[in-house]
Design a protein around this ligand. Structure first.
Ligand SMILES: Nc1ncnc2c1ncn2[C@@H]1O[C@H](COP(=O)(O)OP(=O)(O)O)[C@@H](O)[C@H]1O
Ligand SMILES: CC(=O)OP(=O)(O)O
Ligand SMILES: [Mg+2]
Length: 403
């Protein structure tokens, strides 16, 4: 069965086609075809990078809406050098990453007009992400017609978070209106917790795991008995850690102050907190860790400060997650920064030495996916895990169609 996965990020679109013939295990299969578009780089055009048939092809197309670009990406499945199937009829199901499922969805669902209407109603909760997922569904309908589609929610894995961690201590009516902590990156946290247990040859139900998903968006999850019991993101993907261009947690009075004293509108606040803060906001250079660390090496003071705050906040929130779990057995690092950034991992782990946690510096330097980098005498295991959100979405699609 051919399963197409559409993963709409805030400024990227990732697409994968998998061929799955039996109940898929945790071990990811290599996709037959993958296509990525990134809107963070150029303005006038968009680059689509396609990997298929053992080759990588880069197509530069005129800048367009996400819907137009997604159309172009999907059509490369059966056209030109990247062709891997004879036509759209070969695809059995399409899985979509949907960031916000609100209070309604605790697991993946088959997409119907009602489900789409709910995702649309939740746009104010995730204005960067939910419209992107809806565009993917529209592109699917326009090109592939009435094919089964499955929505896989970032929020679903966190539906087990207990009320005391999920409810904000504002008026209770907030909670009744749906203003509560939901948490995100759930598909990644779920996959990584299972993968961690697999790497350690342990049952996930016996482990207390803090998974650090550090990409453009960053969040931690506290996982016990295989279930999420706390996480750092909340009502929206803005709460918690310092991120590439998002502030993470700040005193809400700052926003009231900026509105009252400096006339900030809601849109301006949104722009500042989501796009002009975090690593980019403090350094004034970039939200990309690679660029930031180059500036640190060149002695740039603001870059050093941004990195110091980034590390401090990760460590601080790991402390909170450990308290939520009542201890820790595994600390795992994943996503773009977590999987690749040796300096971030070693700096965080150095500050956590009091937990009887120690990493082997040469293993950390090698930065190999799916490895335990803790020293043999470290009480806490420290893992690098390559996240596979798209594979997890494909697995959900298979389960949905076969249940
Ligand atoms: N080799 C690397 N070293 C340090 N950071 C990296 C490296 N590769 C990627 N990154 C970081 O990962 C981020 C993207 O992570 P990713 O998980 O792909 O993000 P998202 O899915 O949220 O768009 C980049 O902004 C960059 O900061
Ligand atoms: C939820 C979220 O922040 O997603 P991303 O990291 O893909 O922006
Ligand atoms: Mg991501």
């Amino acid at each position: 069965m051919k399963i197409l996965v559409l993963n709409a990020g805030s400024s990227s679109q990732k697409c994968r086609l998998y061929a799955i013939d039996q109940n898929p295990s945790l071990e990811p299969l290599t996709p037959l075809w993958e296509a990525n578009a990134d809107w963070t780089k150029e303005k006038g055009s968009t680059e689509i990078k396609i990997k298929a048939n053992g080759q990588t092809e880069v197509q530069k197309v005129p800048a367009g809406t996400r819907l137009e670009i997604t159309h172009q990406m999907i059509k490369t499945l059966w056209n030109g050098k990247t062709r891997v199937i004879s036509g759209p009829e070969e695809i059995s199901v399409v899985g979509h990453r949907v960031v916000h499922g609100g209070p309604d969805y605790r697991e993946s669902v088959r997409i119907t007009p009602e489900v789409q209407a709910t995702i649309e109603r939740l746009i104010p909760y995730a204005p960067l992400h939910n419209p992107a997922a809806l565009d993917g569904m529209k592109a699917t309908e326009q090109i592939l017609g009435q094919i089964p589609q499955v929505a896989v929610f970032d929020t679903a894995f966190h539906s087990t978070i207990p009320q005391e961690a999920a409810i904000y201590p504002g008026p209770y009516s907030w909670y009744e209106q749906g203003i509560r902590r939901y948490g995100f990156h759930g598909t990644s946290h779920l996959y990584c917790s299972q993968r961690s247990a697999h790497i350690l040859k342990r049952d996930v139900k016996t482990l207390r795991i803090v998974n650090c998903h550090l990409g453009n968006g960053c969040s931690l999850a506290a996982i016990r008995n295989g279930q999420s019991v706390d996480t750092t993101m909340g009502f929206t993907p803005l709460e918690g850690l310092m991120m590439g261009s998002r502030s993470g947690t700040v005193d809400p009075s700052i926003l009231i102050y900026l509105q009252r004293e400096h006339g900030y509108s809601a849109d301006r606040l949104d722009q500042v907190l989501n796009k002009e803060s975090g690593v980019l906001g403090i350094s004034g250079i970039s939200g990309d860790m690679r660029t930031l660390e180059k500036a640190v090496d060149e002695g740039n003071e603001r870059a050093k400060l941004a990195l110091a705050i980034y590390i401090y906040r990760i460590t601080y929130f790991i402390g909170a997650m450990v308290a939520s779990l009542g201890g820790i057995d595994v600390l795992s690092f994943t996503a773009g920064v977590g999987e690749n950034d040796r300096l971030v991992r070693s700096s965080v782990c150095e500050r956590l030495g009091f937990l009887d946690l120690k990493i082997d510096q040469s293993l950390n330097e090698q930065s190999l996916a799916d490895t335990d980098i803790a020293t043999p005498d470290s009480r806490v295991r420290v893992l690098i895990v390559r996240t596979e959100e798209d594979w997890e979405i494909a697995r959900e699609c298979w389960q949905n169609l076969h249940s």
